[in-house]
Design a protein around this ligand. Structure first.
Ligand code: MSP
Length: 501
């Protein structure tokens, strides 16, 4: 089955920071997991290059917006590579192929009678490129996100008749209980809809950096329409000479932060319906990574550079840390000290040591060949059983419970560590009458770390891949505990997570 997953496209007005990397990694974990389930996955990320935030940043630097975009887009591309994102395409909204497709879709919205001309007045945040309703304003008419005073703007422009889609949206939410997960974000979006929808402006008369409206080129399209459509347009040109739209549309999962919920959970499905297209199947909303108490953001200047973290701890450790430390969906603080502590106790000790010990004992006691034995009932059943862990993780990841799934895996890592301590293979090895038991324990350890490495692979592709190679496991498909017998020649490898200096 096809499975299409996306990240938001990143504004090129800033350099990538850990907050952006976080969204990308979340989507990547889902994409990799679905590939391991044999799905036909397409994973999209990219950059949002039009609109006021970008135009303003370029103006501050005294360069044309396209130049700023050309300079910063590759940085987001590199960030993706550094965090091991496995995206199948990287879209840039300044791509003329995107523009052509956007014009096509927007013309359909116009032809279907869902736009009109009018006057807009409201509080506008240029950094968000968004008008704020009275309810959303911070103290003293400020932006609650950027904490800057807002201006009252009045403009003549085109409107999208969002209010006409209230019933369609309510029906969509009723038919698909998991349209937005987690459910507290779904409730937020739904109550926004139930309070009554206002039409939204679709164009900006003053803006120069953006796409002209197909039916009125004197106005530029509001950046959010051009941006949201990336999810749809990319499929038409991501592969040379091939249109992937029928294969992958509607998208299965848009992954995004809570700050852009309204655009995705309300405006986006309405726009698609207005154009006669199918809305996405679902979306996954995450919280913010905080430094101290505040959202990490370029404008607040409290950013952690992911490349610095990766240089020190490795990309896998960063990926692990973000989803272990902060409960996915909620806001949570990250810190350098936190990284270090988790790296030492969980990655180096719990997991890295378990892997090293297992490989070392198989080499020492059985000449480097995994013995052939049966799953140990003790491990296979009971609390945190190894048997069935693949199903548990699948089910959690179907609901985008990235932190809970990781905890389910980690409970088994700890379970295997207890198993080694209780079974004491080093004592069994001294006693010839215990040979069969020793083989059973070694088999169970090898099989246990194989199954866990497969489950961890979406979270930590590099180190899990190395461990799976060492275990002579070539396939990257989820597998059940006990599904593989023994007989493979293993390899010793250097520590997966070497101790930090
Ligand atoms: N360009 C729009 C998205 C258009 S999608 C059609 C945009 N770009 S952004 O660069 O500002 O943010 C992109 C993503 O990064 C959002 O999901 C946002 O939530 C996420 N993050 C940016 N800072 C973040 C944190 N500090 N923590 C977690 N994610 C945050 O919005």
């Amino acid at each position: 089955m096809s499975y299409y997953v996306t990240t938001p496209i990143y504004y090129v007005n800033a350099e990538p920071h850990l907050g952006h990397a976080y969204t990308t990694i979340a989507a990547d974990i889902i994409a990799r997991h679905m590939r391991e389930r044999g799905e036909d996955v397409f994973f999209l990320t990219g950059t949002d290059e039009h609109g006021e935030p970008v135009a303003l940043a370029a103006e501050r630097e005294g360069i044309p917006p396209q130049e700023l975009a050309d300079r910063n887009a590759p940085r987001f591309q590199e960030m993706g590579e550094r965090v091991e994102a496995s995206n199948d395409f990287f879209i840039r909204t300044s791509d003329p192929r995107h523009a052509a497709r956007v014009a096509e879709v927007m013309q359909r919205v116009y032809d279907n009678g869902h736009v009109y001309e009018g006057v807009y007045e409201g509080w506008y945040c240029p950094r968000c490129a968004d008008f704020k309703t009275e309810r959303e304003l911070g103290p003293g008419h400020t932006c609650p996100i950027h904490e800057i005073p807002l201006e009252r703007e009045r403009e003549e422009n085109w409107f999208f008749r969002l209010s006409a889609f209230e019933d369609d949206l309510k029906r969509l939410y009723a038919e698909r209980p998991d349209f937005v997960v987690p459910d507290y974000r779904r409730n937020e979006a739904l109550s926004f809809i139930e309070r009554g929808l206002e039409d939204v402006s679709l164009s900006r008369p003053k803006l120069e950096w953006g796409m002209p409206l197909p039916w009125d080129p004197s106005q530029r399209m509001y950046v959010w329409f051009d941006a949201l459509l990336n999810y749809y347009t990319a499929l038409s040109f991501a592969r040379d000479g091939e249109d992937l739209t029928d294969r992958y549309w509607p998208a299965n999962r848009h992954v995004l932060g809570k700050d852009i919920l309204k655009f995705h959970a309300v405006i986006w499905p309405a726009l698609l319906i207005a154009a006669g297209l199918e809305p996405p199947r679902g979306m996954v909303i995450h919280g913010f990574l905080l430094m101290g108490e505040k959202k990490m953001s370029k404008s607040l200047g409290n950013v952690l550079d992911p490349t610095e973290v990766i240089d020190r701890f490795g990309a896998d450790a960063l990926r692990f840390y973000c989803f272990r430390e902060v409960s996915f969906g909620r806001d949570g603080s990250v810190s350098a000290a936190g990284f270090e502590a988790r790296y030492e106790t969980e990655l180096a000790n719990d997991w890295g040591n378990l892997a090293s010990r297992t490989l070392a004992m198989i080499e020492r006691y059985r000449g480097g060949v995994v013995p052939d034995a049966e799953p140990d009932a003790e491990l296979a059943s009971g609390e945190d059983a190894l048997a069935g862990v693949d199903g548990v993780v699948r089910e959690l990841l179907d609901r985008a419970e990235l932190t809970q799934a990781l905890e389910a895996i980690w409970a088994r890592v700890r379970r295997l560590n207890r198993y080694v301590e209780e079974a004491r293979p080093w004592d069994l090895a001294k006693d010839d009458s215990q040979a069969a038991r020793l083989e059973q324990v070694l088999y169970n350890l090898a099989e246990g770390i194989r199954v866990l490495a497969l489950l961890l692979h979406p979270y930590m592709p590099e180190t899990s891949g190395r461990l799976l190679d060492a275990l002579a496991e070539g396939a990257r498909e989820l597998d059940a505990f006990g599904a593989r017998g023994g007989g493979q020649a293993i390899e010793r490898i250097p520590p997966l997570f070497p101790k930090l200096d």
